[in-house]
Design a binder for this molecule. Sequence first.
Ligand code: NAD
Length: 480
Amino acid sequence: MSFLEYAPAPESTAVLNLKNSYGLFIDGEFVDGSGTPFNTISPATEKHIAEIASASDDDVDRAVKAARRAYEKTWSRMSGRDRGKYLFRIARLVQERARELAVAESLDNGKPIKESRDVDVPLVASWFFYYAGWADKLDHAGLGANPRALGVAGQIIPWNFPLLMLAWKIAPALAAGNTVVLKPAETTPLTALIFAEILQQADLPAGVVNIVTGAGATGSTLVRHPDVDKVAFTGSTGVGRDIARAVAGTKKKVTLELGGKAANIVFDDAPIDQAVEGIVNGIFFNQGHVCCAGSRLLVQESIHDEVVDRLKSRLSTLRLGDPLDKNTDIGAINSAAQLARIRELSDIGEAEGAERWTADCAIPEQGFWFAPTIFTGVEASHRIARDEVFGPVLSVLTFRTPAEAVAKANNTPYGLSAGIWSDKGSRILAVADRLRAGVIWANTFNRFDPSSPFGGYKESGYGREGGRQGLTAYLKGATA
Ligand code: NAD
């Protein structure tokens, strides 16, 4: 090894205090599940981490009943001020156990420790702090007179930001006075179960939050349970459609945060070095497992070659490998199934005529890995320009005029996010105004803040999470 190379700097797993097996978290206790248990593994090594209980229909029913009891007997009767105190306590405990949560998240999900440590877990704490502050101010939030909770919320989350998506769901629901049954994704249940321990530590009244682990069938049962008042789902557009059908014609209120295929638009007057960093952060952050990832780079034709060349040299410096190593930039792909999908769509991209370039990096022998990849010469009709790859794969398209950039950016069934890079504020505002996307970043990408609402247009779903607007999804008759 040359003296200029990075020495391994692995984060210690000694901070973890994992159990061999985890039950369901119902009514404040860990209990056995009656479904067939499953294993959660590390995607970087394929090694077993723990056995996880699977919730049957009866278990889901038990969890919903516990949430209903807690709603009627405790949580709906508690003052907003007291609910806020519990949320503040949870936020502080997340901060106290931040290192442990970050290590567990990287182990179970495969994301680099520097991301779980510096992005995911701090944002989780900030989400609880932010909504803790709203709990006693609902009457003054401009959401209508006397806003009231809905009741029991059934919440289903994906595997790409397991703990952060949990925080996006649980914090506003509890602040607004609802109780919760949450189902984590089957490949990443670990941090939700450690979070359940935090709830015990915080003395949160039993049944206010229940966590049922299991596969899609468990989620489907939760969505269809007749005593659930609100369904909040983050995941794929296909499952989102199924959920929308299942709740149509019922009393249930729904928010769907679904897929995306964001355009990251770079104009010829953009600060190129910053734009290259923003493109890298936009699509290679979290291995591209990001619903709002900037997966379609729209670059003005005159600077295409310069941007692509600089991008390739920057990608050649990224370090792929052990997620627990503090130097790692690109971690493991979350599952064998997701790796197969990324490979399939990339092969289709090549077969359809786009030019594929892959960063030259050593791929570990065990685990699921995909090197950062760029496709140039992509046409708007190519599958890699239309389908969500949900991996470290960037499609590069060009444009000549702002109008063409807007037309190409909007030429997608999705509408979750977009980025604009330009030196001119007036151009940024004019283009942003015409983009059909819920979140638009200017001269930056993939920045999140609990006070800022997040959500999509078209097939990216409906409803907003985050900010004052995020409370409306959990209140009767509220409008932001
Ligand atoms: P997925 O839809 O397969 O699974 C998401 C969750 O839904 C999992 O917990 C899963 O067990 C559960 N589920 C599966 N089938 C179900 C059913 N029939 N009924 C109820 N629940 C069911 O998605 P995924 O592969 O885990 O996640 C990736 C997707 O999530 C991507 O499309 C991504 O864009 C999207 N996502 C969106 C956002 C957002 O805020 N818009 C954030 C993160 C991820």
